[in-house]
Design a protein around this ligand. Sequence first.
Ligand SMILES: Cc1cc2nc3c(=O)[nH]c(=O)nc-3n(C[C@H](O)[C@H](O)[C@H](O)COP(=O)(O)O)c2cc1C
Length: 185
Amino acid sequence: MEKQLSILGFAGSLRKGSYNKAVLRAAAELIPSEISLEIFDLEGIPPFNQDFEKTPPDIVKQFKSKIRAADAILIVTPEHNYSVPGILKNAIDWASRPYGDNSFEGKPAAIMSASTGMLGGARAQYHLRQIFVFLDMHPVNHPEVMVPLAAQKIDEQGKVIDEETRKRIRQLLESLVAWTKKLKQ
Ligand SMILES: Cc1cc2nc3c(=O)[nH]c(=O)nc-3n(C[C@H](O)[C@H](O)[C@H](O)COP(=O)(O)O)c2cc1C
């Protein structure tokens, strides 16, 4: 079946057993069949160095071209010290440069977060929204999907087993699809 829209998703954790990667995989399972969701792994993106922003490594070129080709972006972020993890910010910095070649410009986006803490990464989500202002991205506002106490909602195989969480992920995906179609009009 030809897909109506394509979404590029990435998680801000490199950890093998990452809860945020698990939430992103759940999104790929729950996405409506007429929409594609490709997952990009941030593993291997080197630390940003402005000396190379015009001649970035191949993995960054690939990341930027996949962002450009996607109709919408889905980011699933851990919270590190009340903000987004360095590896996520680093990848965003590469993909936003050089000045005038920001691959995120104008993209609709949705955010989710999972944390072992009580607030589910809420503070990181709001920092990411601030970053979106400079990137000129258009985030969906509702529903907010924060997954607190993630170790109780994701099993040892990395599957999201909490039904309420799965329902909210599905609702956010529906909302992102509707928002993306609206912005395309
Ligand atoms: C450097 C570091 C800082 C952290 N800071 C926070 C924090 O500010 N808030 C929070 O809820 N959890 C915090 N945590 C716990 C993370 O929520 C937890 O490690 C989570 O599993 C990370 O996501 P991941 O499983 O996708 O790697 C922190 C973890 C690390 C390693």
